[in-house]
Design a binder for this molecule. Sequence first.
Ligand SMILES: Cc1cc2nc3c(=O)[nH]c(=O)nc-3n(C[C@H](O)[C@H](O)[C@H](O)COP(=O)(O)OP(=O)(O)OC[C@H]3O[C@@H](n4cnc5c(N)ncnc54)[C@H](O)[C@@H]3O)c2cc1C
Length: 380
Amino acid sequence: MEFELNEEQQQVKRMVREFAEAELKPNVMKWDEEQYFPKELWPKLGELGLTGVIFPEEYGGAGMGYIEYATVIEELSRVDGSIGLSVAAHNSLCTNHLYQYGTKEQRERFVTPLAQGKKVGAWALTEPGSGSDASGLKTTARKTDGGWVLNGAKNFITHGISGDTCVVLAYTEREMRSRGISAFVVERGTKGFLPGKKENKLGVRASETASIIFEDCYVPNENLLGERGRGFVNAMQILDGGRISIASMALGIAQGAYESALKYSKEREQFGKPIFEFQAIQNKLADMATQIDAARLLIHRAAWLKDNKKQTTKESAMAKVYASEIAVKVCEEAIQIHGGYGYTKDYPPEKFWRDAKLCTIGEGTSEVQRLVIARQLILT
Ligand SMILES: Cc1cc2nc3c(=O)[nH]c(=O)nc-3n(C[C@H](O)[C@H](O)[C@H](O)COP(=O)(O)OP(=O)(O)OC[C@H]3O[C@@H](n4cnc5c(N)ncnc54)[C@H](O)[C@@H]3O)c2cc1C
């Protein structure tokens, strides 16, 4: 059993850390306050292979595995959770759905520009009336001559406005319930594809979240993605991998907050000595470091299983629920260690805490992760 990243994986970690420190760090608070999604980063991320981490080189990807992918998302999120989330949604939701279930033509047409960072991806499952109960969606795809006509509304979609390529889940046969849901790929600019309201969020404010309306939106037959009626099952399989990335995002956020707290505890003096010397502060830091390590081990186990083509439903959900919940706690303790300064925007923990909270909600809430884990426990 290997508990360390190999030399190549460490190189990836160093490369992404350097990129995040140089390109993200100077802008983090500006983007956050302006709720600005920096789409111009995409070609740079593409050059580094970060927009196509888990896809083969033949389709413009970096040809890496989930351990590397988890490391990429962790390192981006250590500096900015918004970029971590955007890169995660682009890679493991939109592009991966197209790669896993697309035909050769669809892979060439859609996966390659997404993996190269020439296009931004979106993945639209959630609707105003259906979140955790995802199969309760109402969007329909009606068969017509040579194609399909989509009608409905999606909300909370990452890159709902700026996304160039969107995977959409819709009912093709409502009476078949979840086995009547199919996936389609729709390109921005298609008539009847109408980007809607952008959300004004607590955290991950530089990751664009918006609704999308489909109004008699026609797509040709070749835009059906995967088997008709298999869209929901495929979407659930996509989320097994996606959850590893949200867990990694939480881990990176927790790591960033912990590093900030450790540094501050050595610099801040009270009662004539650095606050690090108080046992109450040491206990907090010890708990934070232990929780971060435990989260990383759970994530790397899930990533290893994924790389070895094994079932990860339970392990991905365990990694996500644990990493996201400890991230919120670690960030809260980081604020506490910074005292009054931690409650201001002059120090990083308040933003880390706002960003961390998303990880307990997106790609399945903590409550849903526990349901997923419990269902798997009953099966064994
Ligand atoms: C920033 C952001 C980005 C997102 N990006 C995307 C995206 O790119 N694509 C996409 O499709 N979606 C996206 N989402 C949507 C996200 O996946 C949903 O918000 C999430 O699945 C929860 O759904 P909901 O918000 O409708 O909450 P609800 O499902 O209404 O849940 C409300 C509460 O009830 C609880 N609950 C619900 N059912 C149960 C149950 N059976 N047992 C116990 N408790 C339950 C939940 O845990 C939660 O606490 C995003 C959301 C956010 C905030």
